[in-house]
Design a binder for this molecule. Structure first.
Ligand SMILES: *Cc1c(COP(=O)(O)O)cnc(C)c1O
Length: 422
């Protein structure tokens, strides 16, 4: 039998939601492999590999592979007053809307929004410390993941790293000695939040309130971006698992000249980075040529503005990360019972430990509830119409409800049901 023509095979796939050239690719690859029958599954794989929504049932609230915080970017796609002052009709600045609101929330004189946390650190170091020494504790020379290493970022910025103290203990006198003898002279002290691991036991580090007495500017990479340690946007106040997270407002109040943090970790927003603090230093960062290379677009700035407005209203329920993090366990249990009733045997309700993840609140757990089925059905769940990501623990697959929006419970139940029937 002659193989079907590429064109006929591609046309037989027309019901798959892909442009014709991609269907042709699938048809051609299937024929080349000598197996035209695989054209449909090839095209479907291409379709599923595109960027799209998934159900996060991992219990990891800030899952880096799933885009960290789930913040909706609502965008009509039209023109906007990105760099236009509507009062005067003159050229304005893209740093006035979202950045101004964030500055207010942090208690900062001024702020600047960039593409991500790494860009914020790089921009600050390049602006304030290129050609100068930067003093960092050996306990804070961290790697954040995805290759963000403090010593490498420092080298990239043109600053000279001066390490002080030891991995577990650094004292004020270590900083004083380094500042007295450094060549080139010290431009700033950098304090980095070791946001994704914890050193316990015989340890000491120097708090910001003491570093600010050293006579050089103190820059703090807060990392995860908890805005305020008192969490005024949460009705119940700060939860126990947040206790060791440094907060933006309190770090600036302790005297830091500048702070940097991510937009999509504990801030709960889109991928972005923030520099906040001294007006003069933020202005220098804004004038740095690199600032242009790391500036976000209007749709991101619009999303950050929405987020900042929710914080100014103390409306934690409007921020999906905080809404999910603060749902009472009993509410999750009721949802789990309903899902188990819908899936039937062999699904059961289980207690779980959710985590913040994404390099935030390391070593702490958020009590949670999930639905477990025997064996590993992770691959079957990933192939559901809306892919579901779950955890496999002790030969069970567990879908943790802490990270699932209630509107997705039906999708999750259907995917679990299909997976256990396979
Ligand atoms: C996450 C993190 C970064 C990097 O931020 P991205 O937004 O991922 O680029 C830098 N420093 C610290 C301390 C962090 O926790």
């Amino acid at each position: 039998m002659r193989p079907p023509s590429v064109d006929a095979l591609a046309r037989s796939l027309a019901d798959i939601d892909l442009p014709h050239p991609l269907l042709v690719d699938a048809a051609r690859a299937a024929i080349a492999a000598g197996d035209p029958g695989t054209a449909r599954s090839r095209a479907e794989s291409t379709r599923r590999a595109l960027l799209g929504p998934v159900v996060n049932a991992t219990g990891i609230l800030l899952h880096t592979n799933l885009g960290r915080a789930p913040w909706p970017v609502r965008d009509e796609g039209g023109y906007r007053n990105l760099e236009l002052d509507l009062a005067t009709g003159e050229r304005g600045s893209r740093d006035t809307h979202a950045a101004g609101l964030l500055a207010r929330l942090c208690g900062a004189d001024d702020a600047l929004v960039v593409n991500n946390g790494a860009a914020a650190v790089l921009l600050v170091l390049r602006t304030l410390a290129a050609g100068l020494s930067v003093v960092v504790s050996r306990g804070e020379l961290v790697e954040i993941g995805g290759g963000f290493r403090i010593p490498e970022i420092l080298a990239e910025s043109g600053a000279h790293l001066v390490e002080v103290g030891t991995t577990n203990r650094t004292r004020l006198a270590d900083y004083e000695a380094a500042i007295a003898s450094a060549d080139p002279p010290v431009g700033l002290v950098l304090k980095v939040h070791p946001s994704n691991y914890r050193i316990t036991g015989f340890t000491s580090s120097v708090p910001v309130s003491q570093l600010v007495g050293l006579g050089v500017p103190v820059v703090v990479d807060v990392g995860s971006g908890l805005l305020d340690a008192t969490c005024p946007w949460l009705r119940g106040g700060p939860p126990e698992w947040l206790r060791d997270e440094p907060a933006c407002r309190q770090t600036l109040a302790a005297g830091a000249a500048l702070i940097t943090f991510s937009g999509d970790k504990l801030l709960g927003g889109p991928q972005a980075g923030v520099v906040a603090g001294s007006a003069a230093m933020v202005a220098r960062c804004r004038r740095q040529p690199l600032a242009r290379a790391v500036r976000p677009g209007g749709h991101v700035l619009g999303a950050v503005q929405q987020l900042a407005l929710a914080y100014l209203r103390n409306d934690g329920d409007a921020i999906p990360l905080w809404r999910m993090a603060s749902v009472p366990v009993e509410v999750l249990r009721q949802r789990a019972q309903a899902i188990v009733a819908s899936v039937g045997d062999p699904a059961i309700v289980v207690d779980t430990d959710a985590t913040m993840g994404g390099g935030s609140a390391p070593g702490t757990v958020v009590p949670s509830v999930g639905v477990a089925v025997p064996g590993s059905v992770a691959a079957e769940l990933r192939s559901a119409p809306t892919p579901v990501l779950a955890r496999v623990v002790d030969d069970h697959t567990v879908a943790d409800l802490r990270t699932v929006d209630p509107s997705h419970d039906d999708l999750l139940a259907a995917a679990l049901k299909a997976a256990v029937l396979q």
